[in-house]
Design a binder for this molecule. Structure first.
Ligand SMILES: NC(=O)c1ccc[n+]([C@@H]2O[C@H](COP(=O)([O-])OP(=O)(O)OC[C@H]3O[C@@H](n4cnc5c(N)ncnc54)[C@H](OP(=O)(O)O)[C@@H]3O)[C@@H](O)[C@H]2O)c1
Length: 294
């Protein structure tokens, strides 16, 4: 019999999948995965009712509308899932006085900084995705929920759709790629996010934290790079020697959503409050490349 039940929202996403793997070995925790069939976040008005009969000691929400470019077309979906449904989840947690872990993004920032953003820096999203995630953060805190919001960035893994998998896929048919080299950030392996979330969950469940420790935290792998360098590194990590990566400016690769030029996050608050830090992005990349892919 497990001591605690953790409700996990979303089933097949990157972070969700790695969370399921990380929690598998925790005998004291029963992980209750609520996929779209149980809980449809595109219908925020149904969220409270869907959760009514579900008992849990902690709720973790990695589910989101994450298609950054598509969000520019699908405003309504984006805000429904990233703001309104997130707020409804928080409302349930607030009523029950049950803590919640939620994820947000580096894209809440405008990208004009010259040193890593801290949690209290002024936000200013450049697109709908970032705007909907930022409004989600605010809506969650407005419910009074005991929430920890982890802003992460450039998430990749061997699961789902992400830059890492796209590059590996292209290497099967190409010898050369043009990749942007003027956006700076921190590639973050979903496995590293899951490991840190597990540590945080155990803290919340077993010891509890002070009221003033709830809030926003930055959670990315350490170090920084640009997409072209990341592409080169991921080819090397996977022993793919035939690829040439040419760095290009973003102006030569226009996308519907404008990305921040610089979105490195300072993760010192998470270290100071909970002693939790993610590895350097280069080490995490090797972990990802070493992973056995089903
Ligand atoms: N990906 C990135 O580069 C990145 C960067 C910064 C921050 N983040 C944040 O990190 C968190 C995790 O991202 P991720 O990369 O793991 O996302 P992901 O792989 O795109 O997965 C998204 C998850 O959301 C679920 N979902 C989407 N629409 C839903 C709906 N209508 N009802 C129920 N579930 C729905 C999906 O459900 P299914 O399982 O049914 O598909 C999936 O589990 C998100 O909060 C995201 O905003 C991501």
């Amino acid at each position: 019999m497990s001591k605690y039940t953790v409700a996990l929202i979303g089933q097949h996403g990157q972070v969700s999948t790695y969370l399921q793997r990380a929690f598998k070995h925790e005998k004291d925790i029963r992980l209750l995965v609520l996929g779209r069939e149980q809980l449809d976040l595109s219908r925020p008005d149904t969220v409270c009712e869907s959760l009514e009969a579900v008992e849990f000691d902690l709720l973790i929400n990695p589910a989101a509308f994450t298609a950054v470019d598509l969000a520019e077309e699908q405003h309504e979906q984006s805000f429904a899932i990233n703001r309104d449904a997130a707020a409804q989840l928080a409302l349930v947690c607030a009523k029950r006085k049950t803590p919640m872990i939620h994820y947000s993004t580096d894209y809440v920032f405008p990208g004009d900084a010259t040193e890593p953003y801290v949690e209290t820096d002024a936000t200013g999203p450049t697109g709908i995705y970032g705007k909907s995630k930022l409004e989600g953060e605010n809506a969650i805190f407005a419910t009074g929920a005991q929430a920890i919001i982890l802003r992460t960035a450039w998430v990749y893994s061997n699961i789902g759709k992400n830059f890492y998998k796209t590059m590996l896929g292209l290497s099967a048919s190409r010898n050369e790629l043009n990749v942007v080299n003027d956006q700076v950030g921190s590639p973050t392996y979903a496995g590293s996010i899951a490991d840190a979330t597990l540590k945080l969950s155990l803290l919340l469940l077993e010891q509890g934290i002070r009221d003033d420790q709830f809030g926003v935290y930055h959670l990315t792998c350490q170090g920084q790079t640009h997409w072209a360098d990341f592409a080169q590194a991921l080819f090397k990590a996977n022993a793919i020697g035939h690829m040439t990566v040419n760095g290009i400016p973003s102006s030569e690769y226009p996308t519907p959503a404008k990305r921040p030029e610089y979105s490195v996050l300072n993760c010192g608050k998470l270290v100071a409050q909970f002693g939790i830090a993610l590895p350097n992005w280069k080490d995490a990349l090797l972990d990802c490349a070493r992973e056995e892919v089903a």
